[in-house]
Design a protein around this ligand. Structure first.
Ligand code: ADP
Ligand code: MG
Length: 237
């Protein structure tokens, strides 16, 4: 079992922030509940990916985080696993609105996140639904009305539903901006800022991105509080 520093070095992990906890190099060392560990074993995963190994202990401390790692590095579970733990600890009344909100740039990605949530959160009885454009609102609204722990949404559709006053984000205490660089490339910044105004200030905010250009730095500086930054590999400007 590698020491934390050796693990970071071997996997090209760089961290910035105060007293950043050491990475979890194995699933066993995460302390995640057995029903979640059973799901990762069922999926055939042998160890956390580097971004998961380093993001989990930080996010589990309740801290804001910016995680930068290339596509395919396992960022989704990087925020979902601590999100599940957050829900177990802080869930209020799902009927009143979600505890976790994930913003995602496209319908396709949002659907993948939902699939991953259902697969790994199933035994923990965590509910999830997806809100995206190009599909009728009715069925999506009915899912929300049923009471839901996690909403995964594209910014445009979520704003439409917010304007209709059909969802409340007042209970959201874990906010994820996934593929933040892509969302900004697609022009979603004004929509994101509008949505974030509906989320209480007292929350944990996590930003996951493949690249770290200045537009992403700017929105991170505005929306996150004293975040820990984690990079895997070279920083791609
Ligand atoms: P990213 O968001 O960084 O592009 P994803 O979260 O979509 O990456 O993950 C890419 C693939 O890796 C997915 O098929 C996912 O199920 C798989 N994966 C995630 N975590 C692990 C792991 N710890 N071990 C093996 N495969 C994993
Ligand atoms: Mg991703």
């Amino acid at each position: 079992n590698l020491s934390g520093d050796a693990y970071r070095c071997q996997h090209e992990i760089t961290v910035t922030g105060d007293e950043v906890p050491m990475p979890f190099s194995s699933f066993e060392s995460t302390g995640l509940p057995s029903e979640i560990l059973r799901e990762v074993r069922n999926a055939g995963f042998s160890a956390p990916t580097p971004i998961q190994a380093q993001s989990w202990p930080i996010a589990l401390q309740g801290r804001d985080i910016v995680a930068i790692a290339k596509t395919g590095s396992g960022k989704t579970l990087g925020y979902l696993m601590p999100g599940f733990m957050h829900i177990k600890q802080f869930r209020k009344d799902p009927q009143m609105g979600p505890t976790v909100l994930v913003l995602s740039p496209t319908r396709e990605l949002a659907t993948q996140i939902q699939d991953e949530t259902r697969k790994f959160g199933n035994l923990s009885r965590i509910s999830c639904t997806c809100l995206y454009g190009g599909a009728p609102k009715g069925p999506q609204l009915r899912e929300v009305e049923k009471g839901i722990d996690i909403v995964v949404a594209t910014p445009g559709r979520l704003n439409d539903i917010l304007e209709m006053r059909k969802i409340s984000l007042q209970q959201v205490s874990y906010l994820v901006l996934d593929e933040a660089d892509r969302m900004l490339d697609m022009g979603f910044e004004p929509q994101i800022r509008k949505i974030v105004k509906e989320v209480p200030i007292r929350r944990q905010t996590l930003m996951f991105t493949a690249t770290w250009p200045k537009e992403v730095r700017k929105i991170a500086a505005d929306l996150l509080v004293n975040p820990v930054q984690v990079n895997i590999g070279n920083i791609d400007e």
